[in-house]
Design a protein around this ligand. Structure first.
Ligand SMILES: Nc1ncnc2c1ncn2[C@@H]1O[C@H](COP(=O)(O)OP(=O)(O)OP(=O)(O)O)[C@@H](O)[C@H]1O
Ligand code: SF4
Ligand SMILES: [Mg+2]
Length: 289
């Protein structure tokens, strides 16, 4: 395995209160693999992703993360990562570990940007172009794992597809693994082979994308799958959404955290000694590949 995460727990303490946004997360990414973490806003996806590169500050982190340290990120907002007062060429050069004009131009070309981009500042580029620069920097750093955390949420649909197609193409060409973080199971179906479904700080189900879409077992996965448009659905079919929202980590419900939103909830689901969802077999949780 390129990267293995075992029983990751991330807790924060503030004003005497403890919140645990990531409670028990285990998953792995094979060398050159295409893995996704999918879940709604507030499930703990970004914290999990950031912890892989030791980028979470002032948290109490337990569990084990082993494997590659050569990780690059493409975030939802590339301006979070690009230096606004440094030209693009200089930033790529830094990622390369030294100036190499020929290589910078080649990298820019590989991600579909012209030679003149190297003289520009990030603010002179569109959101899609900024994401391409981030991908070029990941290539320059010869990363073994590219973590793409909602990389296209801020982009229009056409640019979204261009950027994700580029990540896919570039990763394949360089044998780079991709961990795609998204709330959109539709994107997972297109760009990942293996998926971990995350809810309220836990992986509730994981498996091959094909199996999860064809046969979702956890009610939350079922809800996410019902929200994905299907070409074979009748024209008048309505997309289903999951009622309610993810509770804040300061008040995860007792028992199964999905119970307040679950159409199959039973009394046992709300008990403090609840262990796992009866609709998912024991090996469906915290899966490995
Ligand atoms: N530094 C922090 N201190 C305390 N709580 C935090 C911190 N960072 C994140 N959280 C909380 O942890 C929870 C999970 O955050 P995270 O950013 O991982 O969610 P996410 O699944 O990536 O959501 P989104 O889809 O909106 O990006 C949120 O409720 C958030 O408020
Ligand atoms: S444990 Fe119960 S409430 Fe939770 S998802 Fe499964 S059936 Fe629903
Ligand atoms: Mg996030």
């Amino acid at each position: 395995m390129l990267l293995t995460v075992e029983h990751l727990r991330i807790a924060f303490k503030s004003e005497g209160r403890v919140s645990v946004p990531v409670r028990d997360v285990s998953f792995s990414v094979p060398r050159s693999g295409r893995v996704a973490i999918v879940g709604e806003s507030g499930c703990g996806k970004s914290l999990t992703a950031l912890s892989l590169g030791s980028l979470v500050d002032r948290a109490d982190i337990t569990g084990k993360i082993s494997g590659t340290k050569r990780i690059s990120y493409v975030f939802q907002n590339p301006m979070q990562s690009l230096n606004p007062v440094m030209r693009v060429g200089a930033q790529i050069s830094e990622a390369l570990g030294g100036n190499s004009k020929g290589e910078i131009v080649k990298l820019l070309k590989d991600v579909g940007l012209g030679e003149d981009t190297q003289r520009k500042y990030p603010c002179q580029l569109s959101g899609g172009q900024q994401q391409r620069v981030m991908i070029a920097m990941a290539l320059a750093a010869r990363s073994e794992l590219l973590v793409a955390d909602e990389p296209t949420t801020a982009l229009d649909v056409t640019t979204q597809k261009e950027v994700l197609d580029l990540v896919d193409r570039v990763a394949k060409a360089n044998s780079t693994a991709v961990l795609l973080i998204t709330h959109n199971l539709g994107l997972v179906a297109q760009y990942s082979d293996y998926v971990n479904v995350m809810y309220a700080g836990e992986i509730v189900e994981s498996g091959s994308v094909f199996d999860i879409l064809a046969n979702p077992r956890h009610p939350y996965t079922e809800g996410l799958a019902a929200a994905v448009p299907r070409l074979d659905a009748p024209k008048d079919a309505l997309l289903q959404d999951i009622p309610g929202t993810v509770p804040p980590p300061t008040s995860w419900p007792v028992g199964c955290a999905f119970a307040p939103r679950c159409p199959y909830v039973a009394e046992a689901c709300r008990k403090s000694d609840f262990v796992s969802c009866p609709k998912v077999s024991h090996n469906g949780k915290g899966g490995s590949i």
